[in-house]
Design a binder for this molecule. Structure first.
Ligand code: PEP
Length: 250
């Protein structure tokens, strides 16, 4: 077992009102199975402040699902890292595949956002992952390498000290299809090797979460892999029982 603290994150996406989110964190905060995991949930920007208040003093941290790279200005509809922080966020997810697919996110915009998030002292979770066509076409390593290099361009190992990476094969997100434990371990080890090539010792500290249809029944095996340091959970994070079981598996 590595010395890295496992990190279980629940991405609520466009689900749960403030009230529903409060009820969920209250259920999760109840003393449950012992787990050494760090835990965070990611409500909508609108629900974040209320959920952060409800989670205060518990083991559950709260984060944003996205942010803009500028702190303020004429950017209709956006929220900044500093506003997320003021609302109680400690983390921000960046470059989720749904943002890349539906909202024009690129490695360059992830890089700008990552710089802004780190400048605010927030913990970034940078999402990377390949499509099925890329995997089948033998492009897995090329894609992961490009995404890691693109996201971290111009940043130093010191700046990236808290970096978390989520490896999420796109074909496994919300599909009920999970990467095999070997596929996950191989991809994570490759990502770590890329971080090592770029930033040396940071590679031993960076936590790499697996994401893609993580459920109570597959979490334990995935989390037992030496380079899998936690999970980014979508669907199963919306139910206290399922998310609690995944936390317990860590
Ligand atoms: C995700 O959205 O990051 C995700 C992994 O979703 P799901 O667990 O539903 O596949």
């Amino acid at each position: 077992m590595s010395t890295r603290t496992p990190f279980i994150a629940g991405n609520w996406k466009l689900n749960l009102s403030g009230e529903e989110g409060i009820a969920l964190v209250q259920a999760l905060a109840k003393p449950a199975a012992v787990s050494r995991a760090e835990v965070a949930v990611f409500p909508t920007a609108l629900a974040l402040q209320a959920v952060a208040k409800a989670a205060a003093g518990s083991r559950i941290g709260v984060g944003g699902q996205n942010c803009h790279w500028e702190e303020k200005g004429a950017f209709t509809g956006e929220v900044s890292a500093s506003l997320l922080k003021a609302a109680g966020a400690r983390y921000v997810i960046l470059g989720h595949s749904e943002r890349r697919q539906f909202f024009g996110e690129t490695d360059q915009t992830v890089n700008r956002k990552l710089t802004a998030v780190l400048a605010q002292g927030l913990v970034p979770i940078v999402c990377i992952g390949e499509t099925l066509a890329e995997r089948d076409g033998g492009k897995l390593e090329e894609v992961l390498s490009r995404q890691v290099r693109g996201a971290c361009a111009g940043l130093s190992a010191t700046q990236l000290g808290t970096l978390v990476i989520a490896y999420e094969p796109i074909w496994a997100i919300g599909t009920g299809r999970t990467a095999t434990t070997q596929q996950a371990q191989d991809a994570h080890a490759f990502v770590r090797s890329q971080v090592h090539a770029l930033f040396g010792g940071l590679a031993d500290r960076v936590r790499i979460q697996y994401g893609g249809s993580v459920k109570p029944d597959n979490a334990k095996e995935l989390l037992a892999q030496p380079d899998v340091d936690g999970a980014l959970v979508g669907g199963a994070s919306l139910k206290a029982g399922d998310f609690g079981a995944i936390i317990a598996a860590a």
